[in-house]
Design a protein around this ligand. Structure first.
Ligand code: G3P
Ligand code: MG
Length: 242
């Protein structure tokens, strides 16, 4: 189990302080002291990996429709910041390449969550494998790649067998161990609800790291750390477990 991953991982950058999954959000996470951030990636129509969470553009941009339908150039014309605050007006949907370049500049580690559009698990995973292979700096802590899509993790594992992977689940399935082993994962990323003492202990005892999303309560952070949880994903990396 790797031990270079900090307890606090900024969720979608610093989603409480800046528009999620933007470069501004990553910068804000670093300003608040985060050493690692998580973000979600999917493909634009023309095959550019973008940082984006939802199935539609409506909540976090001034556009409409599905994020996989426009080209990257078209997505670049959308305002991905004003919905959050006028202070972030004009903030753009970034590409994964831009995000990685910023992580390198800021000295941050990253959890790349592959969140493919429906039917696009394979091409999204292959694109992530290619971009990480080309862009990630060798002297930077290796990223963790996770996904709710086991197809995406499987394809990514075939392309980059050496890269660190995590099984990402909302509920811990009974056969989680078989799934994690099959996909060559070193960790399980689970929801707060799934992170019971019993579940966390079982995963730890099997030799996997446990990281839990999304934790915005300092007391809960303390409790999870006592259980042996390695990291929490938080919208507010300014929080310190107390
Ligand atoms: O990767 C942890 C967490 O981000 C998973 O849930 O929906 O926030 O991407 P979601
Ligand atoms: Mg995510």
């Amino acid at each position: 189990m790797r031990n270079d991953i900090p307890f606090i991982i900024g969720h979608r950058g610093a989603a409480r302080h800046a528009p999620e999954n933007t470069l501004a959000s990553i910068r804000r996470a670093a300003q608040l002291g985060a050493k690692w951030v998580e973000f979600d990636v999917k493909l634009s129509r023309d095959g550019v990996l973008i940082l984006f969470h939802d199935d539609t553009l409506a909540r976090t941009t001034d556009g409409a429709g599905r994020p996989e339908d426009p080209s990257f150039e078209q997505l670049g014309r959308l305002d991905a910041g004003s919905w959050f605050s006028p202070d972030f007006a004009g903030e753009r949907i970034p590409s994964l390449v831009e995000a990685i370049q910023l992580l390198i500049e800021l000295g941050l580690g990253g959890n790349v969550e592959i969140k493919p559009a429906p039917g696009q698990a394979r091409e999204t995973a292959l694109a992530v494998a290619a971009v990480l292979g080309a862009e990630w700096a060798h002297d930077q802590a290796p990223p963790v790649v996770s996904s709710f899509s086991e197809e995406a993790l499987e394809v990514f594992a075939e392309a980059r067998p050496d890269a660190d992977r995590a099984l990402l689940v909302g509920r811990l399935p009974k056969d989680w161990r078989a799934r994690a082993d099959r996909l060559g994962c070193s960790a399980v990323h689970m929801s707060d609800k799934a992170a019971t003492k019993k579940n966390v202990s079982a995963v730890l005892e099997a030799g996997f790291a446990v990281r839990v999303y999304t934790i915005n309560d300092p007391g809960r952070m303390v409790a999870l750390r006592r259980l042996g949880v390695q990291s929490v994903f938080t919208d507010d990396p300014a929080i310190r477990p107390s």
